[in-house]
Design a protein around this ligand. Structure first.
Ligand code: SF4
Length: 99
């Protein structure tokens, strides 16, 4: 049996925080637009990068980092011997695991 949809409740503090963050973002955007040209393009590129980083999951980030560390060679990640690396136990392509 389906439960009736519950209305999402957002506390006034969280709403105020969100509104403040949005106001700050709009202010920065207006400032960048006012300066225009190269400055605005750089601001847009930085915003796109932030969005892309937010879309990346932690596991994907670790996978990307390991790939960059060893130059994209999967076997090198599997056989990584850097036990002191904080990502060592989380690295992808470990032996005995299916990828
Ligand atoms: S676990 Fe190994 S491959 Fe991954 S980042 Fe650390 S040293 Fe590089």
């Amino acid at each position: 049996m389906l439960k009736p949809k519950q209305k999402r409740v957002i506390s006034p503090e969280v709403q105020a925080k969100g509104a403040a963050a949005l106001a700050k973002w709009r202010k920065e955007k207006a400032k960048a637009q006012k300066k225009g040209g190269k400055y605005y393009e750089e601001w847009l590129a930085a915003e796109e990068l932030k969005k892309a980083q937010k879309r990346t999951s932690p596991l994907q980030a670790i996978k990307n980092f390991c790939n960059e560390c060893v130059g994209g060679i999967r076997n090198d990640i599997t056989n990584c011997s850097s036990l002191k690396c904080p990502l060592h136990i989380y690295r992808p392509y470990q032996k005995g695991k299916e990828e």
